[in-house]
Design a protein around this ligand. Structure first.
Ligand SMILES: *Cc1c(COP(=O)(O)O)cnc(C)c1O
Length: 394
């Protein structure tokens, strides 16, 4: 073959549904030479990473680890261990990731039942209560931040109450909320929660938070048959991340370095300051979008700060707009998914991207892009509206 050029990816601003902008300190940590995964110095970093993860998730769960792999690996670890063959599990039907939960439940040998809810709306706790009474599930899945629709699930405690009244364990997807949007694992009585590094934590993808409480871990340790995935079997991973520190598989050392640094950043900034920052800059982003003539898909009461779904003006289809943003402006945003695939764009405001510079850059480029696509709008009104929102907010 011909020689291959030196690695030189385009210089994109990542403002889509993930991966998000990586923090320079996280990148530096990622580029640190690896040491052995059983080296006492690494074991100490494992402990620190676990402690930082508990802080970020607001949990005391002993069983809190980074799973090797992206968010979907942590998701499959949660579902594949908690759902036993023949068991019923409820999943939300209001977005793409509830559908992925259902598929994972099927592969674990379980039977998914979907709580039907229109895309773009949150799940009603009453529907969970009724479905639990009817189907007697052993597990209830809930997506706290639906990246496919831009819905933030409010009333998480009411969902967990409904599930617990019927003896079901709750698995929460906080991939697009952890480190960006309020998530309180213990206070909300969530039994298992998983997340990812590449959304509000601003890490490269590859090591993904998972936390399991005693009750959920008890169920996992008492399974009749082992989890179907050897790699993600939490009873085996316990030997590495627990007290024994025995070899199971080689941890992705550099991803753990990066996650540790990202969580250090969360700790330095403070969780609630971080939630406020995401709120503030997403409000500016959203005001800018509405000023440019885009329409919100989600009602204000369930609108997610870290990801905004918006319909385009003038019947524009998202594909061309996303392409122009990438090719002419080096900015990544995304088209809608599923029900919104042909009508909406998805714009992230996550982690290191939830700042003034990136938000104004997106709005400026989007204004120009709309004009290029024949929309009659002053391309600067988005930036102006965002600046005004930031100026009057604080
Ligand atoms: C991104 C995402 C996932 C999957 O994470 P990957 O890192 O893509 O594997 C799961 N759930 C939600 C809500 C997500 O946004």
């Amino acid at each position: 073959m011909d020689s291959v050029d030196e690695l030189r990816p385009p210089d994109r601003l990542l403002m889509g549904p993930g991966p998000s902008e990586t923090h320079p300190r996280v990148l530096r940590a990622f580029g640190t030479p690896p040491i052995g995964h059983l080296d006492p110095a690494f074991v100490e970093m494992m402990d620190e990473t676990q402690a930082l993860l508990r802080d970020a998730l607001m949990t005391d769960n002993e069983w809190t680890i980074p799973v090797s792999g992206t968010g979907s690996a942590a998701m499959e670890a949660a579902i594949g261990n908690l759902v036993e063959p023949g068991e019923t599990a409820l999943v939300p039907g209001n977005g793409y990731f509830g559908g992925r939960m259902a598929e994972m439940i099927r592969r674990a040998g379980g039977e998914p039942v979907t709580i039907e809810t229109p895309w773009g709306e949150p799940i009603d706790p009453e529907d969970v209560r009724e479905a639990c009474a009817e189907h007697q599930p052993s597990v209830v899945g809930i997506v706290h931040a639906e990246t496919s629709t831009g819905v933030l699930q409010p009333e998480m405690s009411e969902i967990t109450d409904a599930a617990h009244e019927h003896g079901a364990l709750v698995v929460a997807d906080c991939v697009t909320s952890l480190g960006g949007v309020e998530f309180r694992m213990d206070e909300w009585d969530v039994d298992a929660a998983y997340s990812g590094g590449q959304k509000c934590l601003s890490c490269p993808p590859g090591a993904s938070p998972l936390s399991v409480n005693d009750e959920a871990m008890g169920k996992i340790l008492e399974r009749d048959e082992p989890a179907r995935s050897w790699y993600l079997d939490l009873s085996l991973l316990d030997e590495y991340w627990g007290d024994e520190r025995a070899y199971h598989h080689t941890a992705p050392i550099n991803n753990v370095y990066a996650l540790r640094e990202a969580l250090r950043l969360v700790h330095e900034e403070g969780l609630s300051a971080r939630w406020d920052r995401h709120e503030r800059f997403s409000a500016a982003l959203q005001e800018g979008l509405w000023a440019l003539g885009l329409d919100p898909v989600v009602a204000p009461s369930a609108r997610l700060p870290s990801l905004t779904t918006a319909r385009l003006p003038g019947g524009l289809t998202p594909g061309g707009v996303v392409e122009t943003m990438r090719e002419s402006h080096d900015i990544e945003i995304a088209t809608g998914l599923g029900a919104f695939a042909d009508e909406a764009v998805r714009i992230g405001c996550m982690g290191h991207g939830a700042r003034r510079g990136p938000v104004l850059e997106v709005l400026g480029a989007l204004g120009e892009t709309l004009v290029e696509h024949g929309i009659e709008v002053d391309p600067g009104v988005g930036v102006a509206a965002a600046v005004e929102e930031l100026r009057t907010r604080r």
